[in-house]
Design a protein around this ligand. Structure first.
Ligand SMILES: Cc1cc2nc3c(=O)[nH]c(=O)nc-3n(C[C@H](O)[C@H](O)[C@H](O)COP(=O)(O)OP(=O)(O)OC[C@H]3O[C@@H](n4cnc5c(N)ncnc54)[C@H](O)[C@@H]3O)c2cc1C
Length: 495
């Protein structure tokens, strides 16, 4: 198969890019499950943007820098913030019905924001955005959709004059291997939450894009900055159900078993302190007490209307948020680092672009400001690289297709076990509080052993390839965490 744009991933960044690119040429979207299976579909809180007359670019830029502990790329933030309102209006034009009051967009607040600037749809903003984008790509005559299609590796060709160029990707589809050639290949494969034992991310978030990109020599940056969300529901659900920060934005307090508001003396923003600070404080409290969110001062009618999804989920678990405390715990949530890209999503490999959580644009620095990720994904994926170059020549490339192993093969069953081990290792050594000595002496050698074993496996399939990707990306995180001696943002070291 041959196309102009091959988009890998169907979250907000992939679908939005596909719609933009389809104005210029043929687009193929491959996605490893169904179109809606993405982190985007799980996003609750909303999208930050400068939409209110009393707000301004400088304040949003400063909040982003402050939360990112000034490790950010200011140019990238400026680019994102200045395009934020347009990005929201574009979604509205596509059909997303953000909440309004008296004809004006309603705006909410989350941790680290000095202003109410988050546009939302109930507590299911991501689901609504995904629904509309899916609808639009399905309608588009220039877009071909391949679901249940797993990108195994990126295809490259090297020439003396042009250096290494990406020419498409190898896909597992319907128990067969296919090679798709493209003028431009786009990674929009999302995050890495599944590398950790406790995460808010759905099963698709196994870091495939970062692994594939690093295999062909892309620059990868800031991988140690994993954001742990402070308030995942402390129940045995998989993934952990998120209690959105907008619940605290609307007045919920963090309390321990004694009913103490322990954030009061920790940060001037108290319960709305940046996520790294809140997550660490909860982690500390949990040594002696359970931690809860308390929003019982709000009426049932208000809670049902403002947080319909959370209200119903808790009700199913026999927690009445109007009467009961909500047990919460931190969980891996967001990768601030990723594939290094410029403002057009360009990687250092020719004809390979990346958008969304898989990238490091520099916007988030050492810690992401809440509700900036959907915005980043949207603003950057509005960029469609100009000057398409044809890939006709690549038809001559000889590509070896690996042998596909059965799902019940002993290699696959072992990969499943190793996946669990990776999650345990990453939670233990690369979690909220890290110990560099232990990372070097214990975690890295264990992970190298797992990666080596998986690499030696003769043949592959999605389970094995994903697990190998997870091991490779874990190594990138562990090595970066070991290298960074001092605590900064969401990287916190004991000594
Ligand atoms: C519970 C939760 C709540 C959140 N709330 C908010 C919020 O309120 N505001 C905010 O700004 N951000 C929020 N986020 C973060 C935000 O949702 C994500 O950062 C964003 O949606 C990422 O979009 P994306 O397009 O980069 O990736 P995703 O939406 O994760 O999409 C990735 C796509 O790539 C596909 N894929 C991956 N690997 C392969 C492969 N090898 N082959 C083929 N396809 C592949 C996946 O199947 C998926 O379709 C939240 C995240 C979670 C988990």
């Amino acid at each position: 198969m041959q196309t102009n744009f091959l988009v890998i991933g169907s979250g907000i960044s992939g679908l939005n890019f596909a719609l933009q690119a389809a104005k210029k040429g043929k687009v193929v979207i491959v996605t490893k499950k169904k179109l809606v299976d993405s982190n985007t579909n799980f996003a609750q809180g909303g999208i930050a943007a400068v939409l209110d007359q009393t707000d301004n670019f400088e304040k949003h830029i400063e909040d982003t820098l402050k939360t990112g502990t000034y490790h950010n790329n200011k140019k990238a933030i400026e680019f994102m913030v200045k395009n934020s309102a347009d990005a929201i209006y574009r979604l509205i034009d596509l059909g997303v019905k953000f909440q309004k009051e008296n004809g004006k967009l309603s705006l909410t607040k989350e941790g680290g924001h000095s202003h109410r600037r988050i546009a939302f749809v109930g507590d299911y903003t991501g689901k609504e955005i995904e629904r509309i984008l899916v609808k639009r790509v399905k309608e588009h005559p220039n877009i071909t959709i391949l679901e249940d299609s797993f990108a195994l590796k990126l295809l490259t060709q090297k020439s003396f004059l042009r250096g290494k160029t990406c020419v498409g990707a190898q896909i597992i589809r319907g128990n067969k291997i296919e090679n798709i050639f493209a003028d431009q290949t786009i990674l929009s494969t999302g995050g890495v939450g599944q590398l950790f034992l406790h995460t808010t991310n759905p099963p698709i978030a196994t870091g495939d894009g970062i692994a594939m990109a690093s295999q062909i020599g892309c620059k990868i940056k800031d991988m140690e900055f994993i954001q742990f969300h402070p308030t995942a529901l402390n129940e045995n659900t998989f993934p952990k159900f998120l209690i959105s920060e907008t619940v605290r934005g609307e007045g919920a307090k963090l309390v321990n078993e004694k009913g103490e508001r322990f954030m009061s003396n920790i940060h001037p923003l108290k319960d709305l302190a940046p996520r790294d600070i809140a997550a660490r404080e909860i982690y500390k409290q949990q040594k002696t007490s359970q931690v809860f969110l308390d929003i019982r001062h709000k009426s049932r009618e208000y809670l049902k209307k403002r947080f319909p999804q959370i209200y119903e989920k808790l009700k199913k678990l026999k927690i009445d948020m109007a009467k009961d405390l909500i047990p919460v715990t931190p969980a891996a949530h967001y990768e601030c680092g990723g594939i290094e890209v410029d403002l057009s999503g360009r990687t250092n490999v020719k004809n390979l672009f990346a958008f969304g959580e898989v990238t490091c644009t520099g916007v988030h620095g050492a810690n992401r400001l809440a509700s900036n990720s959907l915005l980043e994904a949207l603003v950057f994926s509005n960029q469609v690289a100009k000057n398409l170059t044809s890939t006709q020549a690549v038809k001559k490339i000889k590509i070896e297709n690996p042998k596909l192993l059965k799902e019940n093969s002993k290699e696959t069953l072992l990969a499943k076990k190793l996946r669990q081990e990776i999650k345990n290792i990453m939670w233990r050594y690369s979690g909220i509080v890290r110990n560099r000595k232990k990372i070097k002496k214990e975690a890295i050698p264990k992970m190298i052993k797992i990666a080596k074993y998986l690499r030696k496996t003769k043949g592959t399939n999605q389970e094995i390839a994903e697990t190998l990707n997870m091991a490779q990306v874990s190594l990138l995180i562990l090595k970066a965490a070991y290298k960074r001696r001092k605590s900064i943002g969401c990287h916190f070291v004991e000594f």
